[in-house]
Design a protein around this ligand. Structure first.
Ligand code: AMP
Length: 218
């Protein structure tokens, strides 16, 4: 199954991708994660991407497309994949269509995760990542005691949680603006291709996963 998850920052693309990985045994391909790894490793690509990411703008299409081309050439994507955070504008969507047509693996579905603006800001404010295992948690929705009791699979200790530098208020406002201006038009693009399925992505994580499973079964 080849899926795109479409949604604003904080809509739960990463969380639901993780659920899909377990459910369908296909890899999550997150351009945000790939870019953050490049920045952390100080690669030439990371250095180019860093400034745009810190400002909440989109990284140059050519950089992102190069990364996606390489990632989709890896053998683990042969049975399908979940694209999380890509494509993010029309140029990327068209380039993806071309790339997938070349390898004879067109998309099966594009799922739009719909979340209200106020809820997006709230979720992003509570989002934290473990610096060792990369697990993403939300301080607003996780019970503090359960979180403190959880062991990091990498260290065996409690998670060491940090806030993503681009999750600060000013950058979040810019990321949401960029989403409206550049990514939202993809809803229409995929509707016209008859690939779009929209779900209400508010409420419990498990409820959203159930809605996701339902629309993918159609
Ligand atoms: P994310 O983790 O998906 O929220 O992405 C974090 C940041 O990485 C974004 O704010 C952009 O600066 C950059 N980024 C991620 N995916 C893309 C993409 N497909 N195109 C351009 N920039 C991206």
């Amino acid at each position: 199954m080849r899926i795109v998850l479409l949604g604003a920052p904080g809509s739960g693309k990463g969380t639901q991708s993780q659920w899909l990985v377990g459910r369908f045994h296909i890899p999550q391909v997150s351009t945000g994660d790939l870019l953050r790894a490049a920045v952390a490793n100080g690669t030439a690509l990371g250095l180019k991407a860093k400034e745009a990411m810190a400002a909440g703008r989109l990284v140059d299409d050519q950089i992102v497309l190069g990364m996606i081309r390489e990632r989709l050439a890896e053998p683990d994507t042969g049975q399908g994949f979940i694209l999380d955070g890509f494509p993010r504008n029309l140029a990327q969507a068209r380039a993806l269509d071309e790339l997938l047509a070349q390898i004879g693996q067109p998309l099966d579905a594009v799922v739009q995760l719909k979340v209200d603006y106020a809820e997006l800001s709230r979720r992003i404010a509570g989002r934290r990542t473990c610096s060792d295992c990369g697990r993403v948690v939300n301080l607003l929705t996780s019970a503090p005691q359960a979180l403190a009791a959880e062991r990091c699979p990498k260290t065996g200790q409690a998670h060491r949680l940090f806030q993503r530098p681009d999750d600060n208020e000013a950058t979040v406002a810019e990321r949401l603006r960029v989403y409206e201006a550049q990514t939202q038009p993809l809803v229409e693009y995929y509707r016209q291709q008859n690939l779009l399925r929209s779900i209400d992505a508010e409420g419990e994580v498990t409820e959203v996963s159930a809605r996701l499973e339902q629309v993918l079964a159609r």
